[in-house]
Design a protein around this ligand. Sequence first.
Ligand code: NCD
Length: 366
Amino acid sequence: MRHLLSITDLTVEELEELLSSAADIEQYPEKYAQRMAGKILATLFFEPSTRTRLSFEAAMLELGGHVTGFAGASNSSASKGESVRDTIRTVSCYASIIAMRHPLEGAPWAAVQSAQVPVINAGDGGHHHPTQTLADLMTLKKEKGRLDHLKIGMCGDLRFGRTVHSLMEALSRYPGNEFVLISPRELRVPGNLLVDLAEAGVPYREAESLEEEIGGLDALYMTRIQQERFFSVEEYLRLKDSYILDEEKMRLAPKDMIVMHPLPRVNEIDVKVDNDPRACYFKQVMYGKIMRKALIIKLLSETALPAKPGRVQITTGKQCKNPRCISSTEQGLEPLFYPVHQVMRHGRLTRIPTKYVCAYCDMEQV
Ligand code: NCD
């Protein structure tokens, strides 16, 4: 059985295979109209969604399959206290494949412990969102013609923006890419992702001014400040208008720079920018559905999990310190950790006596 929890579960060759399969699906949709006949997709959304859930469902329907599921934890037995693993084990009896979204980080990693069918992570807290990345990769491929040698500006909430984390993980595996990480200090990219970039030798720079950086970018990936992940209302209010992309800033951007956004938008892109030919965020929505069709076909056609060198997971006798981690609430879930030997300190990769990172949510334990 094959799951998609993080984008690194797919090799670069498999990403390429999905992109070419998507190109064929886009050109000849009728060829695929019955490909998933008799199969059922369950969309289990414990958190709000418009695009991702409907995109999965439309993808499955267009492949001739069926859909079932729930939108909102209050419509499921989670509201009665059921664990994620029990819900998944139950739904495995009804569906051929599951797409789940959960507010707790690492929830899909707990889910696969009881799943009898493939599980797709459709977003877990502020952690990962690999299928949005599939949409983003198709957008870059179609609009920029390549996935390598790109200078990508990520702007907004880089701390809680899960789409940013997954996209960085994907693009850092292609040669010549470079990141400009534009955010307020409070919303910078989590340290473990910066360690991965540094270890992979991917150039990146943290910055605070969009105006100063926009002129040198091939693609600008705007994000919403993730209100629901803040612990303090005051902090959200202080940071919510940090970046607003408007026509004036677009005048500073290269003629061939594209603007991406996973959506929903709040106010971080002025609606007037929608008419600019460089605005690609609604194209991303369409590409997302096509890539999800390619993904469903792939996961339901594969029987064996290709061997992937797994990282060593250990128990430390302690709980994860992240209050938003699935291991903090899921009954009987054993906390697991990866040992790490390097961290970023003052912008440099530094060797340290062993520390631990949670195997569910990736938070460094301090
Ligand atoms: C994003 C998400 O849910 O993480 N939306 C999406 O799936 N397209 C982005 C967001 O909510 O800001």
